[in-house]
Structure formats: structure tokens, C-alpha cells
Design a protein around this ligand. Structure first.
Ligand code: NAP
Length: 466
């Protein structure tokens, strides 16, 4: 293939990525954006393989068939709740690929006695470091989320100092490698081994529930590693796509941290969030306060006569896999003349867009989903705020209790509604591990039980209402 044609096709692929990414920012255009990016990726892959003449056409075709079949299987077989693990694994593959390409280029130059030049030598070292950290860090993240490793932070005294020492050793070895005229193998292998170890040590002290932020950060690393590899092999489309992944991953990590009112440093080094269990770390205790329970029958009557209901979905809804029943319940309320809206907090659930994806699975129309800023003013006029498996994202302590770990986090104003019905199994805490005074509010009624069972009962009772 003529070089100029390859460059033009690379440019077209890069444009597909950029437009695709832009279209991914809205649910209505996301599917198209995804397809456009996939077309760009296919184009980039085929051009690279054909242009370089690395392998035969039959091998290219076989790779495409096997890769596509695997991708199709994963897309269908992996459950929505297991998506973070899958993304972690894919990030790891990306990092691993950069490590392999960077390493192969280094070893090739060693074999043929080629002088790499300062710029290529530096980018190779960066590919090795970032690629290796991404590979093992992502594998640990995957293992934590898949419960192959304990989800709680695993830490020991001196871990931060050890990490800093390893990092400095890698930097020193890399500088030595780049500055030494003849390529030496031992610093190369030492950098790879230390960077692989660093990836493990950086991620084990992070609580399982903080993994989404870490995964987004590792995603960014995999992009930066790919961009570095692009410089190594002088491939423009790899540089552009790597830079896009790198920057969007960092932006997403920042958005998540801001919505949790935590700094990235606190997420990475705070050993926060074992997830679940009894409420322990609150600045306030619930001593002396009582909760009011409600039966499914009474809750159904309240919902049946409500004119305006705002559903607040949370992590528990995803655990219970009750999204289809929420849709059924909303249909019943609407049939009786009520209006139903869904209030989506940016960090509800355990990954960005978790609730949007969950509700989309049950064909809840996009226009009924409202971001926090758009819906918060409406709670004052709502008859019922129906909180399903959500906890931290409706915790008023974020506004009032300066001692609370979530103080300052923007929350959904469920407590402003005329009445609140909360569906959860018991008095278990959420991700932040703290009490929620909303549950003790006189206007709040608790419907205890698994969200799927409770919603099932509510639907049956509503259908039976005259
Ligand atoms: P949450 O605060 O974690 O609370 C979830 C609640 O669901 C629990 O209190 C639990 O109470 C209940 N629950 C669990 N299983 C249930 C079931 N089967 N049926 C009914 N209820 C069930 O959830 P959230 O309000 O969605 O808040 C998300 C939290 O995750 C925030 O603190 C956020 O900062 C954090 N986080 C989010 C992201 C993200 O990207 N979305 C990333 C990292 C961290 P019971 O045990 O009593 O049932």
C-alpha cells in the first residue's frame, strides 16, 4: 500500500475515533458513536497490518475472525454488573501490548546492533514502565472485583516508602539504560520486573469499591502507554488514539472523584472503602432514633395515589437486578395518572453510568432519566421519592455533618420530597460505611427486603388496586 494512502486512512480512522468519542457523550447518539469508533479501529488495524506487510493476509483474516468472535462472546456473556472487571482486564491487555511492543523494539535493536536514538530510547522506557504497571495493576483490579483477591485494602507498614523506592529505582535504571551507548539487557529486564511488581503494589492497598476510579485511571495509563508505543514504532494513529484514551481516562477519574468529594490522592493512597457491612465510621450515631417501617400494601397505596414520583436508583438495584420490575412499577403508576422520573447521581452504583445502563437494559426511556442538577429542584414538588438500593447518594450528612467522610459531596435531595419510601434489605451501610439520617426522618418509610422481592410485591399490589 502506498505510504500516502496509509497516512490518509490513518487520518480518517483518527477522525472516526474523535467523532465517535463525541457521540458517546449522549445516550441517544452513543450506539452510533460506538460503531463509528469500531469502524475506525478496524480501518486502523487493517491498514497497519497490510501496510507493514508483517504477516500474511490469511493470518490477518484469522486474527480478525478469532478476535471478533471473542469480543462478541464477551459482549453477550459478561453480565452488566461484571463490566468493571471486564474493562479492567481489557486495560491490562492494552498495557501488556505496549510492554510487548516496546520490549520487542528494544530487543530488535539489540539484535541488529541498531542505535535507537535518544527520543525512541526514552519512549521505549516509558512504554515498558507504564505498560507493565497497567498490566499487573489491572490484573489485581480484576482479581479484587471478581473476588479472587480480598476486596478490602491490603496494606502493610512501609508500603508507600517501598513503592517510592521501586519507582526511583526504575527511573535510575531507565536513565542509565538510555545514557549508556551500548544497549544492556540487565537494566531492561530489571525495569520490566520492577514495573510489574509496582503495578501490584500500587493497586493492592486500594479498597475494592474504589476500583472503578482506579480502573478509569489504569485505562488512562493504557492509553498513555499506547501513545508512547506509537512514538516508538512511528505510528500516528496509535499516538492519537492513545492520547484520546489517556486524556478521557484522566477526565473520567477526576469526574468520579469530584462527585465523591474525594481527591485522586485520597482514592489512591487513602485505603478507603471496604464496602458494605454495618455503619461504623459516621460522625453521627443513630442511637435513640427509630425507623418507621411500611408494608408493601401501604407503600403501594401511597404510590398508586401519588401524582409525582421520583425514583432514586442505587447500587442495591443493580445487586438485586430489579431494573425490569422498576420499569413495570413505573408503568403501573403512570397508568393510574402519576408521573415518574428517575434521578441519576453521577456516582450511584459502582461505575460511571451504572444506573443509566441498568435502566436502559429495561428500556426505561432516556428522557425520563434526569441528572442530579436537573432534578434536584423537583424533589420539593414530588409526592414520593422512591429510593431503591441507594444510600450514600441521598445521605443528608453530606450537607450537614462536617465530620462525615462524605461531607461536601453533592447529593440528591430525596429528603425534600413530601414523603420518602426506601427499599433496602436492612440497615446496612453503603459504600462509605456511614449512618444515613434520611432513614430516621419522620417522613421516611422503610420497606425492608431484597429490592427485587419488594418491587415484585409493589407491582402486584398496584395491579390489584381498584
Ligand atoms: P451505596 O451507598 O453503596 O448503598 C447501596 C445500598 O444498597 C446499601 O446500603 C444496601 O443496604 C442496599 N442493597 C444492597 N443490596 C441490596 C438488595 N439486593 N436489595 C435492596 N437493597 C440492597 O449505593 P449508592 O447510593 O448507589 O452510592 C454509591 C456509592 O459508591 C457512593 O458512595 C459512591 O461514592 C461510591 N462509588 C461509586 C462509583 C461510581 O462510579 N458509581 C465509583 C466508586 C465509588 P442493605 O445492605 O441494608 O440492603
Amino acid at each position: 500500500m502506498p505510504g500516502a494512502l496509509a497516512e490518509i486512512l490513518y487520518l480518517v480512522a483518527a477522525v472516526c475515533f474523535i467523532i465517535g468519542l463525541k457521540r458517546l457523550s449522549s445516550p441517544g447518539t452513543a450506539v452510533h458513536g460506538n460503531r463509528l469508533s469500531a469502524v475506525g479501529m478496524l480501518m486502523a488495524m487493517v491498514v497497519t497490518l497490510v501496510d507493514r506487510g508483517i504477516v500474511t493476509y490469511s493470518v490477518i483474516a484469522a486474527g480478525l475472525v478469532v478476535g471478533s468472535a471473542l469480543g462478541l462472546w464477551m459482549a453477550r456473556a459478561v453480565k452488566m454488573t461484571a463490566m468493571p472487571q471486564m474493562v479492567a482486564l481489557l486495560n491490562g491487555f492494552g498495557g501488556g501490548a505496549s510492554l510487548l511492543v516496546g520490549g520487542a523494539e528494544f530487543l530488535k535493536s539489540e539484535l541488529i546492533g541498531q542505535n535507537l536514538g535518544l527520543d525512541t530510547s526514552i519512549t521505549i522506557q516509558l512504554s515498558l514502565l507504564i505498560g507493565a504497571v497497567t498490566l499487573t495493576g489491572s490484573i489485581v483490579a480484576f482479581a479484587k472485583l471478581q473476588e479472587l483477591l480480598p476486596g478490602r485494602p491490603i496494606t502493610f507498614p512501609g508500603l508507600q516508602v517501598l513503592n517510592a523506592t521501586i519507582f526511583l529505582a526504575i527511573v535510575a535504571l531507565s536513565i542509565y539504560q538510555v545514557a549508556t551507548p551500548e544497549s544492556l539487557l540487565w537494566p531492561f529486564y530489571a525495569v520490566c520486573a520492577l514495573a510489574l511488581l509496582l503495578g501490584v503494589l500500587l493497586v493492592i492497598p486500594i479498597g475494592g469499591a474504589d476500583m472503578p476510579v482506579v480502573i478509569s485511571l489504569l485505562n488512562s495509563y493504557s492509553g498513555i502507554a499506547a501513545a508512547m508505543t506509537g512514538f516508538v514504532i512511528r505510528n500516528d494513529v496509535l499516538i492519537i488514539s492513545g492520547a484520546l484514551v489517556g486524556s478521557s481516562g484522566i477526565i473520567l477519574s477526576q469526574i468520579m472523584c469530584r462527585a465523591m468529594n474525594r481527591s485522586l490522592t485520597n482514592v489512591l493512597f487513602g485505603a478507603f472503602g471496604g464496602g458494605g457491612g454495618a455503619a461504623v465510621t459516621s460522625g453521627k450515631s443513630a442511637e435513640g432514633l427509630t425507623v418507621r417501617q411500611v408494608s408493601a400494601e401501604d407503600a403501594a397505596v401511597q404510590l398508586g395515589y401519588a401524582r409525582s414520583v421520583i425514583v432514586v436508583p442505587g447500587y442495591g438495584l443493580a445487586v438485586a437486578q430489579a431494573q425490569h420490575l422498576v420499569r413495570e412499577l413505573a408503568d403501573q403508576i403512570e397508568k393510574r395518572g402519576g408521573e415518574v422520573k428517575y434521578a441519576i447521581h453521577p456516582v450511584a452504583g459502582r461505575m460511571p453510568g451504572h444506573m443509566n445502563v441498568l435502566l436502559a437494559e429495561a428500556n426505561v426511556p432516556y428522557e425520563k432519566l434526569f441528572d442530579m442538577d436537573a432534578v434536584n429542584g423537583e424533589f420539593d414538588r414530588a409526592d414520593v421519592a422512591l429510593v431503591i438500593g441507594a444510600n450514600d447518594v441521598v445521605n443528608p450528612a453530606a450537607r450537614t455533618d462536617s465530620g462525615s467522610p462524605i461531607y461536601g459531596m453533592p447529593i440528591l435531595n430525596a429528603d425534600h420530597a413530601r414523603s420518602v419510601i426506601v427499599l433496602k434489605r436492612g440497615m446496612g451501610s453503603g459504600f462509605a460505611g456511614i449512618e444515613n439520617e434520611l432513614f430516621y426522618n419522620p417522613r421516611t418509610a422503610m420497606l425492608f427486603g431484597d429490592a427485587k422481592a419488594s418491587l415484585g410485591k409493589l407491582v402486584t399490589e398496584l395491579k390489584a388496586l381498584a
